[in-house]
Design a protein around this ligand. Structure first.
Ligand SMILES: Nc1ncnc2c1ncn2[C@@H]1O[C@H](COP(=O)(O)OP(=O)(O)OP(=O)(O)O)[C@@H](O)[C@H]1O
Length: 255
């Protein structure tokens, strides 16, 4: 049970951009999806979310093919936060966040008190209270990123797949977002986050999937996957990997 990508290959422009022998994500855990630019992280995440079909293999959720799921059931189960998400239409922040409840209520139906409460919780969690009435088009990049995350959180999905959710956030909001995602996992959700900053991965991740060249190089518990040797092999840089006084994994950049 859980979410996995099984023997998946994705081909584009006549070459394999993803060759995934297998990746399993655990409910109640945060998995960091790591690797250099072009490693295949977004491709793997999009296959896992059912947004693209693998040419071979498939994503499987609780024993069933993700692509075969009813679209609304899939949207209730899996919340996907795309990389640098744009919003093509101009709605207020509160309306954008409320769209995250649509898989629960259906188009044109009114939100229930429970739906409204979930929207309010997501707005508060993402520190958007004072921005709730603003048009999304007037937000800064970081504010918009928080609004997009709030939309996903409002749907209370069992799985949250987030592609670089920290991009354009200031350090305080980066920490807020990592805390929120970890809280979601502690509440039972499976959380998969594409990250570039290894210190962030060490801070938040229970598990890690390290990719390079369209393949999974290593997967498992973060402290077992993210060794200095492996990071040197993948990034060509000497990261310092140690444990803080609290015993938690820490990774320091060499520059
Ligand atoms: N439609 C396409 N046609 C050709 N190549 C593609 C296509 N889509 C993706 N690729 C290539 O596949 C590779 C993996 O892309 P992907 O977006 O999954 O990488 P990533 O690890 O998320 O990268 P980044 O960290 O830069 O966001 C890249 O080299 C990309 O250029």
């Amino acid at each position: 049970m859980g979410l996995s990508v099984e023997r998946a290959t994705v081909r584009r422009s006549n070459q394999n951009i993803l060759t995934c022998a297998g990746a399993e994500f655990r409910s109640g855990k945060v998995t960091a999806l790591l690797g250099p630019n072009g490693a295949g992280k977004t491709s793997l995440l999009r296959v896992a979310a059912g947004l693209i079909a693998a040419d071979k293999g498939a994503a499987v959720l609780d024993g069933a093919g993700v692509r075969a799921m009813d679209r609304r059931a899939r949207a209730r189960a899996i919340g996907y936060l795309p990389q640098s998400a744009g919003v093509a239409w101009d709605v207020r922040v509160a309306e954008l966040v409320a769209l995250g409840r649509m898989p629960h209520v259906g188009a044109f139906a009114a939100l229930s008190a429970e739906d409204e409460a979930a929207v309010a919780r997501a707005i508060a969690a993402c520190d958007l209270g004072v921005l709730a009435d603003r048009a999304v088009g007037t937000l800064s990049g970081g504010e918009r990123a928080r609004a997009m995350l709030a939309r996903v959180l409002a749907g209370e999905p069992r799985w949250i797949l987030a592609d670089e959710p920290l991009a354009s956030l200031d350090p305080a909001h980066q920490k807020t977002v990592l805390d929120l995602l970890r809280d979601a996992a502690r509440a039972g959700a499976g959380v998969v986050i594409v990250l570039h900053e290894l210190a962030h991965a060490a801070f938040v991740a229970d598990d890690a999937v390290l990719m390079a060249g369209g393949r999974v190089i290593a997967a498992g518990q973060a402290d077992e996957v993210l060794t200095a040797d492996r990071l040197r092999g993948v990034y060509g840089l000497d990261f310092t990997v140690d444990r803080g006084g609290d015993g938690r994994l820490r990774i320091h950049s060499p520059f």
